[in-house]
Design a protein around this ligand. Sequence first.
Ligand code: SAH
Ligand code: F3S
Length: 449
Amino acid sequence: MAKLHLITYGCQMNEYDSERVAGLLAKQEYQLTDREDDADLILINTCSIREKAEEKVFSRLGRLRDLKQQNPELIIGVMGCMAQLQQGAILKRAPVVDLVFGSPAIARVGELVARVRRDRRPVLDTGEAPLSKLTATIPRSDPLKAFVTVMEGCDKACTFCVVPLTRGRERSHTPEAILEEIRGLARQGYREVTLLGQNVNAYGHDLTPPTDLAALLELVNEVDGIERIRFTTSNPVNLTSRLIRALRDVPKACEYLHLPLQSGSDRLLARMNRGYTRARYLELIGELQETVPGIALSTDLMVGFPGESEDDFEATVEMLERVGYDNLFAFRYSPRPRTPAAAFAEQVPEGDKARRLTRLLDVANRVGAEKNRALEGRTMEVLVDGVSKKDPRELAGRTRCNRVVNFDGQGRRLYGERVPVRITQAMQHSLKATLVPAETPKEALCGLR
Ligand code: SAH
Ligand code: F3S
C-alpha cells in the first residue's frame, strides 16, 4: 500500500481540508504515515495569512530536497491558500514540488496525484470549482470534538487580508448537507462540533431560500449525541441581535464568542476597511454581555498596520482592557501580495511592531488572569476529554467557555461525560477544580444549563 504524509499549517479550516484529502486518498489506497522518510506522497497544506507562514513552507520544502534525491519516485505536493495565492511561483522557487492545487481542486486530488505519477510532469490546478460537501474523511485527531466547514470564502475586503484572494467568494453549504455530516459525527461518538467559516455569521445569505447561522444552530441543537456547539470566525459587521439571542436560547450553543476587533483606533479601522467603528463594536459587546451574562469573549488584534501611531496603538490596548477579553490572538501586520495595504505609505518598522506586540501580550495576560481568577468558587460544567498534561492522575476537560480545567476524578471513568466541578484555583493557562457531588441539584449550578 502506498503511503501519504500530510503536513498541515494554518487555521482549523485547513485541518478540515486535510482530513478530506486523507479520506479521498484512502480510497486510492494511500495510507497515512507519520514519517516523511517513509512516504510515497507528501502533501503540504499551506497558509498565506502572514509572510512567516509562507516562509515556513519554503524552508520545509528545502529540507525535503534530500529526501527526493534519495527517492526520485517521491511525489511532493503543495495545496491550500499558498497554492492559490502564489500558483506557478511555487514551482519556480521550489522545483522539488510536483503538484500545486488550491482548495477548489481538493475533490480532484486523486486524479491529480495519478496524473503526476503517470506523466512525471509538474501539475498545477488552481482553478475554480463548484462547492461540494465532501464526505470522505479520516478519524479526527480528537475523538470528541470535530470541525465542520459550513461555508467557504469571504466577501469582505479588509485591506490587509489575502483570504478573499485564496478562498474566493462566500458560498454556504446547505443545512441538509451540514446536518448529515454532523449526525454521522454524533454516531461516531463526537460530542462537540465547531462550525467553521471565514465569516461564519454571514452563513446562508447565498442559499435559496436564504437562511442564517441562528437557524442553523437551532437545527444542529436537535442532533442527539452532540452536546456542545461552537462556531468561528464571526465578523462584527454581520453580528445580528438574532444571533446574539440564539447564543442565549439555543441550549447547546456555548456562551463563547470570538469577535475579531483588529484595532481600537477608528482611523485604522477605516483604513483596514473593517466596516465598523470602535463605538459600534462596544455597542455589540454591551448587547452580548447583557443578553448572555458571563459570555466569554476572545478576539484577534493586529499591531503595526501601516500608519499606526503610538496613539492608535494605545487605543487598541485601551479596548482590550475595556472589553476584558478572556483570550486573544495578536499578530504583527505582515504585508501580503495583491492586498491594498501592502502598498500603503507609512509602513511601521519591525522594531516598533515587536515592542507593541510584547506590550499588548503583557496586558492580555494580566486581563486574562483577572478573568480566570473571577471564576474561583464558581461551579461549571466540564466536558472531560483526557488527563491533565502536568499530572496524569488528574482528569482534564473544557468548560463551555473553552477554559481548560484539571481536577481529581476520584477514580471515576468520566471520559466524554459532562460533569459539574467547582473551580478552586486559577492558574496561568488553566483552572484547578474539584468534582461537585452528584446529588447537587442542577438548578443550583451557575454556568450549567
Ligand atoms: N475572518 C476573520 C479573519 C481571518 S484571518 C475575520 O473576520 O477577522 C485571522 C486573523 O489573522 C485576522 O483576524 C487578523 O488578525 C490576522 N491577519 C490577517 N491578515 C493579516 C496580515 N496581513 N498580517 C497580520 N495578521 C493578519
Ligand atoms: Fe479577511 Fe476581513 Fe474576510 S480579515 S477573512 S477579508 S473579514
